[in-house]
Write a protein that binds this ligand. Structure first.
Ligand SMILES: [Zn+2]
Length: 323
């Protein structure tokens, strides 16, 4: 279609509105400041009778060359550069809201105020997507790490006052036990303190509910126990109309290296060998069952599919849809 034909398809009122700016050659050349921010991040997709909204908590620059294990810094740098990524690599923190029609269920809660100003944006994303935190009926965590549970609390208050918090029992037993904190390296003890600060208020309000390995956290949802990253780390599964959506939590950090080389672990893994094994199982199942995968640390919205390729596995992001 040439420009003239294209213009014919635009309503006259729209043309009249945009006309002066298009035709005026003396348009302002005033300097405008760089904005350096994005619109609050949300992305919707249907899943059978459900509607899923991916929510961006923000991004964090991570020195993946220093954090990945079972590899070398030089190899990480080379592999990332081959996909046009620089170090430190920008890594997304995502959460997923499932609207079941009669209930709102949030999978993971972002970082809240705990990890700096490039993160903690889930409340803005939620508001931009048209929801109030008070509307959320249930929050299910893939695990209790700060970047998944920190957003449960803001200003000393439960952000989701009407929600019950659901998490694998192993997570509560591990992160809320002072004995485990005392046994942890000093650099990781803050994770235990933050877990207590984020989860305990829900327990004290009678709004903490634990589920066992591979048990459904709430009716309509399944969980798949995929330990290693943390003891009770679980993928959370929503199904409707024959479609399956698996929020797999921290099976990968990033969407390049650990797909090509699933053996690569990360400093955040509690049991690296177990985490690598869980990743292999998760990849194989996602390929075989061809379901939707949502990754907490895959480039926002972090929704897509997994396929095999010449270098083990490959992440295929969802094709954008405007509505
Ligand atoms: Zn995480």
């Amino acid at each position: 279609m040439d420009r003239r034909n294209f213009l014919r398809t635009i309503p006259a009122a729209a043309l009249a509105f945009s006309g002066p700016a298009l035709l005026n050659n003396s348009a302002a050349k005033a300097a405008a400041p760089f904005a350096k921010y994005q619109a609050p991040g949300f992305y919707r997709m249907p899943l059978g009778d459900y509607e899923i909204t991916a929510l961006s908590d923000g991004t964090i620059p991570l020195p993946l060359d220093e954090l990945y294990r079972e590899t070398t810094a030089a190899h990480v740098k080379e592999a990332l550069e081959a996909t046009f990524l620089k170090l430190p690599a920008m890594v997304s923190v995502n959460a997923y809201l499932v609207n079941m029609g009669d209930r709102l269920v949030l999978i993971d809660a972002g970082t809240g105020p705990l990890l700096g100003p490039s993160l903690g944006k889930l409340p803005q994303a939620l508001a931009a997507a048209g929801y109030e935190p008070e509307q959320v009926d249930a929050v299910i965590l893939t695990h209790i790490h700060t970047d998944h549970s920190g957003g449960l609390m803001f200003d000393g208050k439960r952000l989701f006052p009407n929600a019950t918090l659901h998490v694998n029992k192993r997570e509560v037993d591990y992160w809320l036990d002072p004995a485990h904190r005392a046994a942890a390296p000093e650099a990781k003890q803050n994770l235990f303190d933050e877990a207590v600060a984020s989860v305990n208020p829900y327990a004290e309000a009678g709004r903490l509910d634990t589920f066992g390995d591979n048990e459904g956290p709430i009716p309509g949802f399944r969980s798949i126990w995929r330990p290693g990253h943390t003891p009770g780390h679980s993928s959370i599964v929503a199904e409707s109309g024959g479609e399956t959506f698996v929020a797999w939590g921290d099976i990968t950090h990033g969407d390049v290296l650990q797909f090509d080389e699933p053996k690569i672990t990360i400093d955040f893994d509690e049991d690296p060998a177990q985490a690598a094994n869980s990743r292999k199982v998760a990849f194989a199942e996602a390929v075989e069952q061809r379901y939707w995968v949502a990754g907490a640390h895959i480039a926002f919205p972090g929704i897509g599919h997994v396929r095999t390729d010449s270098t083990e596995y490959d992440w295929v992001p969802a094709n954008y849809r405007a509505g």
